[in-house]
Design a protein. Structure first.
Length: 178
């Protein structure tokens, strides 16, 4: 993730609008893509899920002259993945990134804190927090909805993914394995 974000910052000079719903990855996103102007960074509040991708579509509609990248966790993206189809259908050139850790990590973090605050011994997380099987092919889902996409499994693939995303006319998704 760090290589992808560093490369994106270098290639764009930080001149982009970020819609960030990848809450457990947000500290890394803001390290490499700090909000330096009003309107350049949007963040979901209250832990709500599903606003990252449609938020990026909306930001691109509001600012068609700017590069817009929406970040979402794999769990959050599943709520409104159809935003990619909407972007394709209406020619909205937003870019999308799935921060894929194969789980609802925010829920893991929250329940761990809950257990600690109440002196409850740690135990297995609910199975519904696990998104690892069956494996979700987010780039394949993007292609099924008419967008293009790629999957990043190793840090050295991140530079190529940024290059492809920035060069691609129209919606593009990068699935980054964390």
């Amino acid at each position: 993730m760090a290589v992808f974000l560093r490369t994106l910052a270098e290639r764009t000079g930080g001149d982009l609008i970020v819609f960030d719903e990848a809450l457990t990855t947000s500290p890394l996103v803001t390290r490499y893509l700090p909000a330096e102007r009003p309107g350049d960074y949007h963040l979901t509040r209250g832990g709500s899920l599903g606003v990252g991708f449609p938020g990026a579509v909306g930001a691109k509609l509001a600012r068609p002259d700017r590069l817009v990248v929406g970040f979402a966790g794999d769990g959050g993206s599943m709520y409104t993945y159809q935003a990619l189809w909407t972007a394709v259908r209406h020619g909205i050139d937003a870019k999308f990134v799935v921060c894929n850790n194969r789980k609802y990590r925010l829920l893991d973090d929250n329940i761990t804190r809950y257990w600690q605050e109440r002196d409850i011994a740690e135990h297995a997380f609910p199975g519904s927090f696990d998104l690892s099987h069956p494996e979700i092919d987010f780039a394949g889902l993007a292609r099924a909805l008419g967008a293009d996409g790629t999957r990043v499994e190793k840090p050295d693939e991140a530079v190529t993914a940024v290059t492809r995303m920035l060069a691609h006319p129209g919606p593009y998704l990068v699935d980054i394995q964390i």
